[in-house]
Design a protein around this ligand. Structure first.
Ligand code: PRP
Length: 181
């Protein structure tokens, strides 16, 4: 069972959901009555995204984008990011928010920001559940951050190792023997 592979829980589901509600409040305050397009970065941010959008009362359109990054494969820090599936409509003149699960090296977010800014949105901001500033290789910042995490192998609440643990309901640290096997 996946629970046996977790060294410790860093943030429980309850703690995560409470923090996400705070982020939603901040976002709501900052945007006033404006409409928003929120972009879920598949797959890692799906659970954070679902929780976050529920607590924003504005008119929000949900969009999805899939990118694949090779930046944090342990031996490869080339920073190459590939667009697998784009959002479904133009964003020119709209308020757009990228919703990420984690900012690690920063390559993915950098790529996404460039990609979307080139389409001339009215505004572009970033919400990320987690931030690991100690791992940053390119300069890049989020506007709404849930938690800063230490440099440990975190999984759960959407985050995976080898496509597993996304359904672990908390953010946990993976046992070392699992990812060094
Ligand atoms: C993960 C995560 C971020 C990115 C962060 O995605 O969801 O998008 O890596 O890393 P970076 O800052 O070093 O670029 P991944 O490519 O593993 O895909 P996933 O969302 O499907 O897990």
């Amino acid at each position: 069972m996946m629970y046996d592979d977790i060294e410790k829980v860093l943030y429980t589901e309850e703690e995560l959901n409470a923090r996400i509600k705070e982020l939603a409040k901040e976002i709501t305050k900052d945007y006033g009555n404006e409409d928003l397009i929120m972009v879920c970065i598949l797959r890692g941010s799906c659970i954070f995204f679902a929780e976050l959008v529920k607590h924003i009362p504005n008119y929000v359109e949900l969009e999805f984008i899939t990118v694949s990054s090779y930046s944090h494969a342990s031996t490869n820090t080339s920073g190459e990011v590939r667009l697998i599936a784009d959002i479904s409509k133009p964003i020119q003149g709209k308020n757009v928010m990228i919703v990420e699960d984690i900012i690690d090296t920063g390559y993915t977010l950098n790529y996404l920001k460039k990609l979307l800014l080139a389409r001339n949105p009215k505004s572009l901001k970033v919400a990320s559940l987690l931030d690991k500033p100690s791992r940053r290789l390119v300069e890049c910042e989020g506007d709404y951050i849930g938690f800063n995490v230490p440099n440990e192998f975190v999984v759960g609440y959407g985050l995976d190792f080898d496509q597993r643990y996304r359904n672990f309901p908390h953010i946990g640290v993976l046992k070392k023997e699992i990812y060094t096997r």
